[in-house]
Design a protein around this ligand. Sequence first.
Ligand code: NAP
Ligand code: MG
Length: 484
Amino acid sequence: MSENIFLNFIGGEWQKSVSGDVGKSYNPANKNEIVGIVQKSTKDDLDRAVEQAKSAQKAWRKLSGAERGNYLYRAAAILTDNLDEVAMTMTKEMGKSLPEAKGETNRGIEILKYYAGEGMRADGEVIPSTDASALMFSKRVPIGVVGVITPWNFPVAIPLWKMAPALIYGNTVVLKPATEGAVTAAKVIECLEKAGFPAGVINFVSGSGSVIGQGLAEHPDVNAVTFTGSNDVGKRIGTTVAERGGKYQLEMGGKNPIIIAEDADIEAAVEATLSGGLKSTGQKCTCSSRVIVQSTIYDQFKEQLIKKTSEITVGDGMDDSTWMGPCASEEQFNTVKHYIAKGQEEGAALVFGGKQLTEGKLKNGYYLEPAIFENVTTDMTIAQEEIFGPVLALMKVDTVEEAIELANDVDFGLSASIFTKNIDHILSFIDDMEAGLVRINSETAGVELQAPFGGMKASSSYSREQGQAAKEFFTTIKTVFIKG
Ligand code: NAP
Ligand code: MG
């Protein structure tokens, strides 16, 4: 296979799409650089992948958990050997800085190991029967073929945190990665191929969301669909899968608040706001987007935040001198600019940044200065809609109660954080905050693979991923009654 052309992986073979059509993936730090070429697949390609996954599942589910686990351990070792190359591809394809990309690839390795171990853990319980001479127990069984639809912002970790549990519990998978992250995903699939999974257990089909993503949602032989991405797409996928009686899981957007109370360690709160809000160029679903600050410390906090933000270095992410990379694509860049203009139109004050950066090496990329708005009110678009870019909205409140109320005044409910030392405030934040992830004296972003992850309200379909929670989605329960 030519180095830069990536094929579909179907039934254990790398295949061109029957369409004969391909798409190019560009480097957002340099619009002229093609990172790779991927297949623009058709429904026929997808049908073959699903057929292969369906037929491979019969033997895959018969293996012991330990045997399946060995494949995942091998995959972890091979991904470790290829960490630098995978991370570099990620940086080039979607602009995340290299240290962050390496961190994410490492996370992928840890996820593979965690779920490899799952193959040796208990998967059921004995339930006392009313019949004293019978044995009754529950047992987890696979669902069948799982369709995996992923976004571009974590192009290694998200496919793996879905595929690893799907596989260990005896399912087979068809991955449709985001087009903007398809080259990086293909690199991960190359590692999985080398781990020697039986043909058809893992399939990879790149192509447009409306053809391959929607195709997975509609396919009668795809028993479950796990999706991470935007709300509009997620809702449509959920409806489509539900209509045909399939199982689905949707993890979607956020509009995450960070609350800074008057007793907060301001320096730590500023650090957390920058890291949670602007790392990955604000393109994490758990990014802090609304910064809700108590009025007594507002000016002090704002001054420090602007000072620290002005020190951020923006670049192509290829070395440690870059703190923040470009927006991941032209589309994302235009979306962020649209929201910055909207904020100004609706009367928020842009107190820092927000302009395109074009100096020197930056001229060929989708670079923006981080932006800070103040006088943001909850009815404004930039206080309600997910921007997915380096934009912070400062909001001033008098009390922590008011802050929590404001924090809840959005459709989303993914993650939230508070900086305070007051135990009453901490307890009411934990209790009253409508978010799937609540963090105290820590940034809003920060997910640990062994803990359940997912949102409330519009951020999720109420399912949870990662940790032991993944078992709920990727298995179903069989209740067994044995009478001697
Ligand atoms: P997106 O546009 O919704 O795309 C997600 C995936 O769905 C991609 O593979 C995409 O394919 C596919 N897709 C697009 N249109 C489709 C359709 N009509 N039917 C079926 N599939 C379709 O999201 P994104 O822009 O890649 O990612 C950013 C979003 O993901 C943000 O909203 C972010 O908050 C969310 N996110 C959530 C979490 C979480 O765990 N809660 C984590 C990370 C990201 P194409 O790329 O080919 O369009
Ligand atoms: Mg998209």
